[in-house]
Ligand binder design. Sequence first.
Ligand code: NZQ
Ligand code: ZN
Length: 386
Amino acid sequence: MKNFEYKNPTKILFGKGQIESIKNEIPTGAKILLLYGGGSIKKNGIYEQVKTALSQHEVIEFGGIPANPEYDILMEALKVIKEKKVTYLLAVGGGSVIDGTKFLSSAALYEGEEPWEILTNKIPTKKGMPFGTVLTLPATGSEMNSGAVITRKATKEKLTMGGPGLFPQFSVLDPEVIHSIPERQLVNGITDAFTHVLEQYLTYPAGAFLQDRISESILQTLIEVAPKILKDPRDYTAASNFMWSCTMALNGLIQKGVPTDWAIHAMGHELTALYGIDHARTLAVIAPSHYQYNFEAKKEKLAQYGERVWKISEGSLEEKASKAIERTEKFFNDLGIETKLSEYTQDYEGTAEEIAKRFRNRGWEGLGENQNLKPEDVEQIVTMSY
Ligand code: NZQ
Ligand code: ZN
């Protein structure tokens, strides 16, 4: 096991009726900016619950943060924060609203000229404006981590940011919010969380038995609850296990002491930036080719994953590893998620070259757990995903 440091300061308020507790988490003198997305919270009762909980607080609102939070829209929210002298941010939404809020937390205290530099220059946020979240869509883990992904349509870019100052102070995880989530977003959430675990687990053996088993248990739980959630999003036991699995998949715990990959996300983000494909679906497009292409480097963990998660007991190590990739792709397909780029766009010719060029320009010369995936390799993996 590698050396590590671990600190996660986010307070989790889990369960039915917990939205009410936010009134105790936000200082009474705070001037709050409530941030939300396209309006789903106004149809499913979450907005009402939040407003009731904050009836004794001073709250102003900013809605309209789109999926894949857009820089230009966030800059409008930043103006409101400055003009109205906001002191506390509250995100009510999925990963997009929470990530947008993290950007604003950082940008509100940023002293440079153009906050986009936080992303292009990879400036870590040591201190941000305090914020909390009410999670409405289990998927990204953003509610308990310090990372964010921001999109800029004008330049077709989607870049990451983060830092120790960007953990939410608290996050409410009420599994009852799941009942109103459309199926498309539910399967996205399952796929995203599943791939988060794979990115931190399917590398090479590192003698981290506990991290491996925590990862495997999250994957097994997601596999178990996926059909139940899809059949009945009001199944509270399934919903609560789904929600907590998504948070645990990316709150930093399973990545401690182990090598991590994240190349699938790096390539996937480009597919969203270029074609607007849902984040989770880009991962399902890239993952099978990525594991196939890096088979030699990853086959031991692939076989372990096949044995322990998919119960593949027959065959050589290589055969088990191969079957594990097949089972993963089938899992995504069974959820209704297509795993080829050509199933999302007809305009895919040249994509691999474009992504490789972008990585070269950014100096991303060594992706993956062994830092040896070059833009030429990325080009081949993306081509295999057509
Ligand atoms: O905008 P509204 O009207 O609220 O509707 C949203 C949106 O259309 C809807 N929705 C959310 N909760 C709902 C609901 N509809 C009905 N009932 C509810 N309870 O779902 C749609 C998608 O929401 P979004 O927030 O975009 O989805 P998700 O949580 O999957 O977030 C995706 C974003 O997170 C980034 C992705 O790149 C993408 O931009 N990621 C963030 C990560 C992080 N910060 O750690 C890691 C991830 O790998 C990912 O990259
Ligand atoms: Zn993801």
